[in-house]
Design a protein around this ligand. Sequence first.
Ligand code: HGY
Ligand code: MN
Ligand code: MN
Length: 425
Amino acid sequence: MNSLAEPKTAIADLRTDSDRLWESLMEMAKLSATAKGGVNRQALTDLERQGRDLFIQWCRAEGCTIRIDNIGNIFARREGSDPTAKTVMAGSHLDSQPTGGKYDGCFGVLAGLEVIRTLNEHNITTKAPLEVAAWTNEEGCRFPPCMMGSGVFSGVLEFDTMMARTDADGVTVSDALDAIQYRGSDSVSPSEINAYFEPHIEQGPILEDTDTTIGVVIGGLGQKWFDLTLTGLEAHAGPTPMNLRRDAMMGAAEVTQALNRIAHEHQPHGRGTVGSMMLHPGSRNVIPGQVKMTLDMRHWEPEALIAMGESVAAAVDEICQRHGLGYELTPTADFAPEHFNKECVDAVREGAKKLGLSHMDIISGAGHDAMFVGRVVPAAMIFIPCKDGISHNEAESATPEHVHAGCNVLLHAMLNAAGLGETKA
Ligand code: HGY
Ligand code: MN
Ligand code: MN
């Protein structure tokens, strides 16, 4: 029997505190607020350090112990009554895009904290210990690839290689981690963990479009990222005839078209995006001699993702031959689609059902830490809608009702996994 100190409320009726969670989200957002109402809390910057510090301060105030591993992943732990029981974990990320929103990542981390606050408030001691994780560099925008901290934790990404990754200014992950003093020495092993749940906004339009509150995430698209450098010849925009140019921008334009065409050829799950492009010298009357650009492709079926990668590589080669360009195509992220653990997915669906929330199964188009954690620990995700499906945009927004609903599903999924479901109260 679980050691339950007289809970004020029956487990089935337990709910998290909506206002408290919303206030924490808004307070965290203030730390790195942008003029347009979003956040800029890029990985391993001083603004992210402030967010990390605030999260740890809140967790310590709830009696959690804190562990930080060698790539800066933060684990806040609340002991259970059974020291031999494996951990039930919630989590997500605190880092953001440069023009990110208040909810991407932050919602999952602070929903986990709200579960702990709620259990403390109601004097409930779970059988299994609970932890909330804040993974390092989920976005991968400053230091590719995405999901770096959870990737090292799960062994999908190699630690030394990740430490050497640099941002556009040549700063390494290692130096940035030291600069914010978050290189920890604790080691947290996947073998300690029984289940991992990640609440997150959908970052797409499906839940809102179908008026559904909870997305029961069955898995996520695989991704292939490349950095592509095209090298032609800088020349004068006036005297150089069109047929004698080696115009790197023309190559970039055709590669962009090719990626888009290939993604359309692999529907319904194919995705292709050129998110960043830098021309050199970037002068209006000089034919660009060099273009650096990024390619992001995704798919739900492994074979289709491989085929897309091969088609894009062939297109790059053909385009560069035709335009007399040199090129360097460097893979920066490459991971297969992830199918989440059936029991964890069922726990999320059960939680939504018991709470009377509309719900639907959904595939995540975005990458998430759960996709790497799920390689080594049973994992699942809980989606809530975001306005117009917009994310990675300062206009990203969610409603207090949906945030609260997602947090309540997390509470009940964790209580069930931690040995404290209705049946055990
Ligand atoms: O790119 C992604 O899918 C994630 O948001 N980092
Ligand atoms: Mn995210
Ligand atoms: Mn994101």
